[in-house]
Design a protein around this ligand. Structure first.
Ligand code: HEM
Length: 239
């Protein structure tokens, strides 16, 4: 698993996240630790992003007025330069970002989190927890609670993430825990959002999606929230 010196001198090898761990001067990690890091990055990235993208494209296809808003924003804010993937340009796409967050509110890629206390504790709510008790936090339900998100909590409304001044509204992670909360928050959140934006931009500027009528769409609440029967779409090229 380990690189030789000549391999690590290679500029490309230095770009790898795993290489950062392997080259740390103050600490040496075991091969098992490095294997687990590699696995967790692969597992954390692949299924979360693919689930997020499936729900995003399905929601956009079934809400044509939102697709138009996304396209208009792309044309306006990227001034016709739709091949621009620089972070500075992507960060101007507030409506697209809002549509992505709204997707994760309704269909969080990781629909529940599991935690176990090491010792007995009492929650601020007064609930007692015992050591080794299994606690499940349903991110899926939190995103659909009327008392948290209002009467329209089941609607796909990117506007709820945008202020009157047209800025993206910051929502604390205990209200929107799709990337988890506290010290074990997702390390790849910003990267995931950039990847989602790039995919959305690249695909939507070229293609229009139509959801296939009659195809059942319902979530499979496993570790990641996949579509139970997959995503079926008709795709047409934009003129
Ligand atoms: C849509 C995309 C993503 C979502 C919704 C997501 C969500 C999450 C969630 C909920 C956790 C907490 C899991 C737990 O402790 O129970 C997590 C952890 C983590 N994520 Fe992501 N993630 C995404 C993409 C990524 C990407 C692209 C990367 C890496 C480049 C990444 C790296 C990680 C890592 C390393 C952890 C473990 C952090 C720790 O335990 O300290 N994630 N992610």
């Amino acid at each position: 698993m380990r690189h030789t010196n000549s391999e690590t001198n290679n500029e490309e090898a230095n770009l790898g996240m795993l290489t950062v761990y392997m080259e740390e001067k103050e600490k040496t990690y075991s091969d098992k630790f490095l294997r687990d890091v590699a696995f967790s990055f692969l597992a954390a990235t692949r299924d979360t992003l693919t689930a997020g993208l499936c729900w995003f494209f399905w929601l956009v296809a079934t809400h044509p007025e939102i697709e138009i808003e996304i396209l208009e924003e792309m044309n306006e804010k990227l001034a016709g330069n739709l091949n621009c993937y620089k972070n500075e340009a992507l960060s101007k796409l507030v409506y697209l970002q809002a549509a992505i967050y709204e997707t994760f509110r309704l269909y969080p890629s990781v629909p529940f989190n599991h935690r176990t206390p090491t010792k007995a504790d009492i929650f601020p709510s007064g609930h007692h927890v015992k050591p080794k008790q299994m606690l499940l936090i349903s991110v899926y339900s939190t995103g659909r609670m009327e008392e948290v998100w209002g009467k329209d909590c089941l609607e796909f409304k990117p506007e709820r993430w945008i202020s009157e001044q047209g800025e993206f509204v910051y929502v604390p992670s205990h209200k929107f825990p799709a990337f988890h909360i506290g010290p074990r928050t997702c390390l790849g959140k910003d990267m995931a959002l950039i990847q989602m934006k790039v995919m959305a931009l690249t695909i939507l500027k070229n293609y229009h999606f139509h959801a296939v009528e009659g195809h059942p769409v319902c979530p499979n609440l496993t570790i990641t929230i996949n579509m139970k029967s997959g995503l079926k779409m008709r795709i047409s090229k934009r003129s």
